[in-house]
Design a protein around this ligand. Structure first.
Ligand SMILES: N[C@@H](CCC(=O)N[C@@H](CS)C(=O)NCC(=O)O)C(=O)O
Length: 231
């Protein structure tokens, strides 16, 4: 059994989608990041960066339990465990890893900051809003050009790279983006949205999802998530 430590945000949806795609048995352990669960010692043992998602696979390599944090690493782990959605070798493997890294190093951090400065920051900082919104637009453009020539980010086949990017693109409005300039991203988005496993993955803690919206955060949750000078 795999235990998915999660709260319903795009980084956790990547993993719930992959678990559903692979039909792996799993249960969800709630990490309410608005209440500070990410700082509890029992979570920090498997998620030392105090960020979810993290997984504990009770049946890891050689049958021993293993934990993995960082959503990109979790996707690679699950792909290698199941032999699915990441080619074992060759150019197609590196194409999938390229676009997975693109998400982890670019799309996620930039769009996260676009969302933060547009909707959550306690003060309006025009330079930051412009900087991250423009950079998000540039990254959507990079994906659009790629998807003009291929159905999926890694090429012909759906992969963990698509699962990493899709939940972020789903909330594009928070990044100050709309579909009009990115028709190939929109077509790709709709193709993936139609998958049954994606719909099941998006049901992760759906009742709690409204609380993750920045406009619905309480002052106490803001202090936990965005407290200045926290360690
Ligand atoms: N690079 C990490 C990012 C994870 C991340 O930023 N998680 C956020 C929610 S989306 C979190 O747990 N935040 C809690 C905090 O900052 O205290 C990953 O992809 O797993």
């Amino acid at each position: 059994m795999i235990v998915l430590h999660a709260w319903p945000t795009p980084n956790a949806h990547k993993v719930s989608i992959m678990l559903e795609e692979c039909a792996l048995p799993y249960r969800v352990q709630v990490v309410d990041i608005t209440a500070g669960d990410q700082f509890k010692p029992e979570f920090l043992k498997i998620g030392p960066n105090n960020r979810m998602p993290a997984i504990l696979d009770e049946d890891g390599p050689e049958g021993a339990p293993v934990s993995v944090f960082e959503s990109g690493a979790i996707l690679v782990y699950l792909a290698e465990k199941t032999g699915r959605f990441l080619p074992a070798s060759g150019a197609a493997r590196y194409a999938a890893l390229e676009w997975l890294m693109f998400q982890m190093a670019n799309l996620g951090p930039v769009c996260g900051n676009a969302h933060h400065f547009r909707d959550a920051a306690p003060e309006r900082v025009p330079y930051a809003i412009q900087r991250f919104t423009d950079e998000a637009a540039r990254l959507y453009g990079v994906m659009d050009r790629r998807l003009a020539g291929a159905p999926y980010l890694a090429g012909d086949d759906y992969s963990i790279a698509d699962m990493a990017c899709w939940p972020w693109v789903r909330v594009h409005r928070y990044h100050g983006q709309d579909w009009a300039p990115f028709p190939h991203v929109k077509a790709w988005f709709d193709r993936i949205a139609a998958r049954d496993a994606v719909q099941r993955g998006m049901a992760l803690l759906a009742d709690e999802r409204a609380r993750t919206r920045s406009e619905a955060l309480t002052e106490a949750a803001r202090a936990i998530l965005f407290g200045q000078g926290r360690r």
